[in-house]
Design a protein around this ligand. Structure first.
Ligand SMILES: NC(=O)c1ccc[n+]([C@@H]2O[C@H](COP(=O)([O-])OP(=O)(O)OC[C@H]3O[C@@H](n4cnc5c(N)ncnc54)[C@H](O)[C@@H]3O)[C@@H](O)[C@H]2O)c1
Length: 329
């Protein structure tokens, strides 16, 4: 299946590499407005791809079945809309669109044309996040208590989106995936603007029916952190994406036991902390971006909606939009 990639800036080269590596996909054309970016692509892919500045020319080509979009978020809407109108399936980088309204319009358009939209909520395709989901569904973790996510580093401060829209979108898609699409009934964010029109640092708090979540997103941190704590009543898991692939996931048999029975004396504590084994499970080494593109290709081949399709993306965008509209209020 021929795919054309639009956007070869910072992230586009990773998407190109994984399209090129995929047996179901063929990297037909790389497109970028900037000649300098196309020169970089040409040095790498030489005659294995075509190169184009004007994305509209790609859309007119019937041999291209799908478009991968890796341009700035604010430019997603128009390009995805044009691609769908030209009858192409769409892989689009996160966040899907800048607003819920745009996302709803594109969703209706794709559905009316029978086309697939796959949003690259890449973390859902990470083997460690898939393992955490397994631990939850098998009951090993117990009931979900809280999720704490930290995604911080110094830069790159973007102009068109806040750190929350750019970074928390990963964590919100993880929570959506781990909780089977649960939606929060309490959403509150505080943020600091200082260096650009949108916030460079945000703390987002969420209350779901049976658990709570806290998400830190920052481009003004002295440390680079990509950490997720998922705490259940039986076990707790820490996913540290900065660590080497074999050490990213740690499971702690730690928690709080509720004491019951005749040996619990009056005024004695009725709960007791539990400190047990700590282990690092074997997780097969896989590239999450490769898995995400493979899922996109499978969805087109089997005509199935993507697990990270527009429905999920709209749930995530609704949280971001509400948090943005009520920021610091
Ligand atoms: N999945 C992830 O982990 C991940 C990581 C980083 C970025 N991203 C996403 O990837 C997307 C791109 O981010 P980036 O950091 O690479 O941005 P970037 O600004 O570095 O690159 C965007 C590129 O798109 C090109 N472009 C813009 N409009 C175009 C058009 N109309 N036609 C052709 N080319 C056009 C620009 O010239 C630029 O080279 C964003 O949606 C971002 O959120 C995803």
């Amino acid at each position: 299946m021929n795919v054309a990639l639009i956007g070869y800036g910072y992230w586009g080269p990773n998407v190109a590499k994984n399209i090129y590596a995929n047996k179901q996909l063929k990297l037909h054309t790389i497109c970028d407005l900037k000649e300098s970016r196309l020169e970089k692509a040409k040095n790498l892919y030489v005659e294995h791809s075509n190169y184009e500045v004007d994305y509209k020319k790609l859309l007119a080509k019937p041999e291209i079945q799908a478009i991968a979009v890796a341009v700035e978020t604010s430019a997603h809407f128009q390009i995805v809309k044009d691609a769908l109108n030209a009858g192409k399936h769409v892989y689009v980088e996160k966040p899907f669109t800048a607003t819920v309204k745009e996302a709803e319009e594109l969703t209706a358009l794709a559905s009316s044309k029978g086309l697939i939209i796959h949003v690259d909520h890449i973390m859902m395709y990470h083997p460690c996040i898939q393992k955490i989901r397994e631990l939850i569904t098998s009951g090993d973790l117990g009931e979900l208590l809280y999720i704490e996510a930290m995604r911080m580093n110094l830069g790159q401060i973007k102009k068109d989106v806040s750190a929350m829209a750019d970074l928390a979108v990963h964590d919100l898609s993880i929570i959506d995936y781990l909780s089977d699409g649960k939606e929060p009934f309490y959403i509150k964010a505080v943020g600091e603007k200082k260096y650009n029109p949108k916030e460079s640092l945000t703390f987002l708090m969420l209350r779901y029916h049976d658990f709570i979540a806290h998400i830190q997103s920052s481009w003004i941190s002295p440390l680079k952190e990509r950490k997720l704590i998922v705490a259940g009543t039986k076990k707790m898991v820490v996913f540290d994406d900065i660590k080497p692939s074999t050490e990213k996931l740690t499971i702690y048999d730690k928690g709080v036991d509720v004491l019951a029975g005749s040996d619990v004396e009056y005024e004695d504590y009725a709960v007791k902390t539990r400190v047990g084994d700590i282990w690092i499970p074997y997780i097969p080494e896989q590239d999450a971006l490769y898995n995400s593109l493979e899922h996109f290709a499978n969805c087109i081949r089997t005509n199935k909606q993507s697990d990270s399709g527009p429905e999920q993306a709209i749930r995530v965008l609704k949280i971001l939009e509400h948090a943005d509209n009520t920021m610091n209020a």
